[in-house]
Design a protein around this ligand. Structure first.
Ligand SMILES: NC(=O)c1ccc[n+]([C@@H]2O[C@H](COP(=O)([O-])OP(=O)(O)OC[C@H]3O[C@@H](n4cnc5c(N)ncnc54)[C@H](O)[C@@H]3O)[C@@H](O)[C@H]2O)c1
Ligand SMILES: [Zn+2]
Ligand SMILES: [Zn+2]
Length: 365
């Protein structure tokens, strides 16, 4: 088969590799029907995630079809369409039993395209299949469910639920890339009073308004803390959600919240950030961090099936799997291409109609 293989910082190739096979009885092998690229893949390409060894197939988000299953798999059959999530659950360890699959100690957690071969490939081996994949309800398209593999549960769990967003709250989302936009989308499930988007890029801020933000502030040209205080009787926001991953934005979030407010950090940080306890200690603040568990996937899937949530607006570009190299270039140049999520389509779609012959996806909400 062909797959996107990481060969060290800055080096990737779409190349022939061995077909995956069942190695453990709890495995399935899926044909990848739709996959996508994550900002984290770009971090890996820069060498920021050293656990990823050269030779690893990248990718941790996909919808596929089961083509083979191990003897220990009891709830899945060949031809089942499944969502393969960024998080794998062994189902047996202490953390899996608590629903904290991201912390799995039994061989799961974030493993695809990280510790084992990933999902930007024609086929993939999926460990712990019974406890890790989700059957796709009939009638839902790949693109309706694909973004449940990472950005939606990440935004909802690590942003909205950790931040304890309540009806009426003023919620500031700092950084409105795909994760920040998914935070805005899922914040609306909790009916906040006001959603404020903060970014340095005007194009991203315009997108945030499309996604339902009430106010967009460019932190390069505006005093964001002063503006948020103005709109909250001088108090600050109830919740600030950090969706960038740099020290400045974390520190900004701690300045944006009211006494008793909450900061939910979603960004992946590569450098230390300063925690200003000298000003925060007396303000009764709550600060949370975390890796997504994907425990809310069934709930979000139900909302999509019921027409309450439509993540298809994230799909701004489509490529065939064989064009994954070009898709990385388009995704990495998001400032120029306005890419949010690029969809990589497997042979199933190509048989229906090749990607380049179909109308481009629109990013209208
Ligand atoms: N915690 C988790 O489980 C988890 C899961 C997935 C992704 N993440 C992390 O979430 C973060 C966001 O992901 P993404 O894919 O949306 O990233 P992205 O890079 O596409 O978007 C980041 C946005 O932040 C903006 N930005 C950059 N610097 C800024 C600054 N100083 N002030 C304001 N805005 C600024 C950029 O213009 C961009 O729009 C990343 O750090 C990613 O690694 C975390
Ligand atoms: Zn990801
Ligand atoms: Zn586990």
């Amino acid at each position: 088969m062909k797959a996107l293989v990481y060969h060290g910082p800055g080096e990737r190739h779409w190349e022939s590799v061995a077909d995956p096979t069942i190695t453990d009885p709890t495995d399935v092998v899926v044909r990848i029907d739709s996959s996508t690229i994550c900002g984290t893949d770009l971090h890996i390409m820069k060498g920021d995630v050293p656990e990823v060894v050269p030779g690893t197939i990248l990718g941790h988000e996909a919808v596929g079809t089961v083509v083979a299953k191990g003897d220990g798999v009891t709830t899945l059959a060949e031809d089942d369409r499944v969502l393969v999530s960024c998080i794998t659950a062994c189902g047996r360890c202490r953390f899996c039993k608590e629903g904290h699959y991201g912390l799995c100690m039994g061989g799961g957690g974030w493993i695809f395209g990280h510790l084992i071969d990933g999902l930007q490939a024609e086929y993939a081996r999926v460990p712990f299949a019974d406890t890790s994949v989700y059957k796709v309800p009939a009638g839902l398209s790949d693109e309706q469910v694909l973004f449940l593999a990472d950005i939606l549960p990440t935004a909802y769990e690590v942003g909205i639920l950790n931040g304890r967003v309540e009806p009426g709250d003023t919620v500031v989302v700092v950084g409105v890339g795909p994760i920040g936009l998914a935070t805005i989308m899922t914040a609306k499930l909790h009916t906040p009073g006001k959603i404020v988007a903060v970014d340095l890029a005007d194009a991203r801020l315009a997108k945030a308004i499309d996604f339902g933000a009430d106010i967009a502030l460019n932190s390069a040209s505006e005093d964001v803390v002063a503006r948020v205080k103005e709109m909250t009787d001088g108090l600050g926001a109830d919740v600030a959600i950090e969706a960038v991953g740099v020290p400045e934005t974390f520190e900004l979030c701690t300045e944006l919240i009211r006494p008793g407010g909450r900061v939910a950090n979603v960004g992946v940080h590569g450098h230390p950030a300063t925690l200003h306890l000298e000003t925060l200690w007396i303000r009764d603040v709550l600060i949370t961090t975390g890796l997504v568990d994907t425990s809310t996937t069934p709930k979000l899937l139900k909302l999509i099936a019921g027409g309450r949530l439509d993540p298809t607006v994230f799909a701004t570009h489509r490529f065939s799997l064989g064009e994954t190299m070009d898709a990385y270039d388009v995704f990495a140049a998001a400032a120029e291409t306005n890419a949010l999520k690029v969809v990589l389509e497997g042979s199933k779609h190509q048989q229906l109609m090749p990607a380049h012959k179909r109308p481009a996806a629109t990013a209208k909400v």
